[in-house]
Structure formats: C-alpha cells, structure tokens
Design a protein around this ligand. Structure first.
Ligand code: COA
Length: 228
C-alpha cells in the first residue's frame, strides 16, 4: 500500500443546521460526489420534516468567503423515529481526509442521541471502503447486505448498525472522535481508499501527487432517503 502524506485537518469549519439557503451549495457538492444525486426538492422536503429529520452543513472558514456566501464543504442528515437512520454524509471532493465527515457525524449522532435513539443504521456501497472505515470509528458494524440496492450501478449495499447510543461507552467513543478532529488526515493509519465515482477528489494521495498540502484551499432520487 502506498504511504500517503498527512493532510492537515480543516479545523476552523463551522457545523450548523442546514437551511433552505444552503441547498444550492449542498447541490453543488451532491452533483460531484454521487452518480445519482438527490434533487434540491428532495433536500427541501427533508428539511420540512423537522420532527424526525436533522440535517447539518459544514461551512468553510469565514476568512475565505464573505459571511453571506461561505462555501458548503459538507453535509449530513439523519432520520430519527424509534431508531436513527443516517440518510446522507458527503464532503466536497477538494476536502477529503480533512476530518469534515467526522465533524458532521458527531453533530448528527449528538442530535440522534438527544432525540432518544438507542441505535442507528445506514447503507453504504460495498465498494465504498473509505466510508465504511469512517463509520466503523463511530461503532457501526456490518450486519447484512441488500443485493442490487443501488439500481443505477447494480451494486450491493452493506447494512451497518451502531447500538447502545445512549450508553456511557458510546459517549466515550464520540469523545475519542472529538479528540481526533485536529489530527491530520491519515492519522488513523488508514490508507487512502479511492472513491472513483467522485469528481475532482483530493484525498491523501492526490495531495502528494499535486504537491499540495496544509489545510487545503477553501475556494471555491426520488426514493426513500438513504445513505448512498
Ligand atoms: C466518505 C466521506 C464522507 C469521508 O469524508 P472525509 O471528510 O474525507 O472523512 P474524514 O476526514 O472525517 O475521515 C475520518 C476517518 O475515516 C476514514 N476514512 C475516511 N475516508 C477514507 C478513505 N477514502 N480511505 C480510507 N479511510 C478513510 C479514516 O480512518 C479517517 O481518519 P484518518 O484520515 O485520520 O485516517 C467522503 O469520502 C465522501 O464525501 N465521499 C463521497 C460520498 C460518500 O461516499 N458518502 C458516504 C455515503 S454512505
């Protein structure tokens, strides 16, 4: 496996509740990271279901953009009924391995716990090993498969569950993730699994190849919601 250089975490992002005004920025990321992007209408409809849904966005540091136009660098959502279901997690391709998804998962899992969820589930492409690694850090473990779940590519989904969200042990797990927020990308020792369907991705190996590093620049379905 190729050793990749560390990539500084983007520590000064702000994670805030997603509002309709963010949907345009969300869609700009959505189109880059998913082969079958959700529509703006679907995001808006999710936001309207505020009794059971929580969506957050990560905004780029304020110094990079005027306050009114801060760039959306990631977003995540969760549906909480008796249990929590993570509906989406995505990060702008220029900012992978900078701990943005970790920030987002911490925010939505805090919300799910506050709403009383005891367990959380998600689906993830079998080939999406980077995301699986991310989720395993949050206590998600594979429990089964949904064959052909992703109809557009005939790919199977891995179903992952995390249990005992209200326990002290789970709180301690989240705390460990919080402590890792300022560590550089690659600090967990995970190699950089490629995400081939993402356009313009800069992960660890791309930082190396392009001679880029540091904090990175901050320039700029209609079906049942699911974590793709
Ligand atoms: C999956 C995704 C959300 C990860 O976002 P990210 O901000 O790069 O993730 P983080 O930097 O917070 O990663 C935290 C840890 O997860 C693991 N991880 C995340 N992406 C990884 C990858 N591509 N390869 C290997 N490990 C990875 C690592 O352990 C990492 O810690 P480390 O960098 O200290 O080693 C991002 O790749 C993405 O948006 N992909 C496209 C959309 C998608 O697949 N979403 C998931 C749908 S189920």
């Amino acid at each position: 496996m190729v050793a990749a250089p560390p990539r500084a975490a983007l520590t000064d992002i702000e994670v805030v509740p997603m509002r309709r005004r963010h949907v345009r920025g969300v869609m700009a990321v959505e189109r880059l990271v998913y082969p079958r992007p959700w529509s703006a209408t679907l995001f808006t409809s999710e936001l309207a279901q505020c009794d059971s849904r929580r969506y957050v966005v990560a905004l780029a540091p304020q110094s990079d953009r005027a306050l009114f136009a801060r760039k959306v660098v990631g977003y995540a959502g969760v549906m909480v009924t008796a249990e929590a279901h993570i509906t989406t997690v995505a990060v702008h391709p220029e900012h992978h391995r900078q701990k943005i998804a970790t920030h987002l998962l911490l925010a939505i899992l805090d919300e799910a716990r506050a709403m009383g969820a005891e367990a959380a589930a998600l689906e993830v492409r079998v080939a999406n090993r980077g995301a699986q690694r991310l989720y395993s850090g949050f206590g998600f473990a594979p429990v089964g498969m949904r064959p052909g779940y992703y109809a557009e590519t005939s790919e199977d989904a891995l179903i992952m569950w995390a249990h005992d969200l209200q326990s002290e042990a789970y709180g301690a797990r989240l705390q460990r993730q919080r402590v890792r927020l300022s560590s550089p990308g690659g600090a967990s020792g995970a190699p950089d699994h490629p995400v081939p369907w993402v356009k313009g991705r800069i992960g660890l190996t791309e930082v190396d190849r392009a001679g880029r590093g540091g904090s990175g620049s901050a320039d700029d379905n209609g079906g049942k919601p699911t974590c793709w």
